[in-house]
Design a binder for this molecule. Structure first.
Ligand SMILES: Cc1ncc(COP(=O)(O)O)c(C=O)c1O
Length: 347
């Protein structure tokens, strides 16, 4: 049986054209700064994000962690959303690698509220408190449903950072999805931020890689952090070529993934036993509640997956489906039918 893999947009495989670009890449030793393809990718990505400089890293996780290291010193504090990737899915890297204290804030949409942060921000003058140095947002926000952050909210967080002299980092793993969904450029969305990490291996379809962009001095510090983390790669141009191909060919087509996610959400909303908040489907993710069925997400996701629609249980009652460039309209339709059939046998 052929499975339709909707677990994540990271499951895509490089296309023949992307592999061709990789095979033809001109390479050098990137730790010596000799790889022209890596340099080109860093420049192209920095320009797309409207920043002075870029740094190629193996993963989004390393990109975020290098950014935190570049902005902070041991014992500093970082403000994060309580369901951010940096907090939940990066193996406590902020604490383990950066010796940083994280202070988290809750919200439904992934935004941070300046008024609440105002109560907890510390300048470092008082010897009791860890000085707050960085605020990080995530756009799109993965655990909040692939939502696009509200620009007015981002601006308010920017003003808060300016008032307190803090750096504002964007975990922009899917900022290309946010840009396409809001019909704005990535540079526009990145403008309020001091630094941005962008993943090439999610919806954009490269096998590996992330670019961290920001001011030149920041990128210089992040480059040192990357080496410390073991992310200094040698003939990395062979991978960077896939990233360049992804940026040149796979950004605008994200609109198709978003359209398919909407179609899937609408189909799943008709299935007895499931609940879908259609309004919150803004990009390529569909979150489905299994509460109406009384069945836990882990059990239901296992049954969907065994029937051929691979998905992930994200929390006790919530399943995540993600569209990407390796699924087409027919796959999405079939996945909807598999889910409907499986649920009909359950409820
Ligand atoms: C929002 C977000 N940030 C960062 C990452 C980390 O990327 P990687 O898996 O390449 O380390 C992910 C991965 O899914 C993500 O969803």
């Amino acid at each position: 049986m052929r499975a339709i893999d909707l677990r994540s947009d990271t499951v895509t495989r490089p296309s023949a054209a992307m592999r061709q670009a990789m095979a033809e890449a001109v390479v050098g030793d990137d730790v010596f700064g000799d790889d022209p393809t890596v340099r080109e990718l860093e420049e192209v990505a920095a320009e797309l994000l409207g920043k002075a400089a870029g740094l190629y890293l193996p993963s989004g996780t390393m990109s975020n962690q290098a950014a935190l290291l570049a902005w902070t010193e041991r014992g500093d504090e970082v403000f994060l959303h309580e369901r951010s990737h940096i907090l939940l899915y990066e193996q406590a890297g902020a604490a383990v690698i950066g010796s940083l204290q994280t202070h988290t804030f809750a919200s439904e949409d992934g935004m941070l509220d300046p008024e609440t942060m105002e109560e907890f921000v510390h300048s470092g003058e008082d010897p009791h408190n860890a000085p707050t140095r960085v605020v990080a947002l995530e756009n799109t926000h993965n655990h909040c449903g692939g939502r696009v952050l509200d620009p007015a909210g981002i601006l308010a967080v920017r003003l808060f950072c300016d008032r307190h002299g803090l750096a504002l980092h964007l975990d922009g793993a899917r900022v290309a999805n946010a840009a396409v969904a809001s019909v704005r450029s990535m540079a526009e969305l990145a403008a309020p931020f001091d630094s941005v990490s962008l993943c090439l291996s999610k919806g954009l379809g490269a096998p590996v890689g992330s670019v961290l962009a920001g001011p030149a001095e920041f990128v210089k510090r992040a480059r040192r952090a990357r080496k410390m983390l073991g992310g200094g790669m040698r003939q990395a141009g062979i991978l960077a070529a896939a990233g360049l191909y992804a940026l040149r060919n796979n950004v605008s087509r994200l609109a198709e993934d978003h359209r398919r996610a909407h179609a899937l959400a609408e189909r799943l909303a008709t299935v007895p036993g499931l609940a879908v908040e259609l309004r919150s489907v803004e990009t390529n993710m569909v979150f489905v509640s299994t509460r109406p069925s009384g069945r836990r997400a882990a059990e239901v996701a296992r049954l969907f997956s065994e029937a051929g629609a691979l998905c992930l249980a994200e929390s006790p009652w919530r399943i995540r489906f993600v569209t990407h460039l390796d699924v087409d309209d027919a796959d999405v339709e079939e996945a909807g039918e598999i889910v409907a059939r499986t649920m009909a046998a359950l409820v």
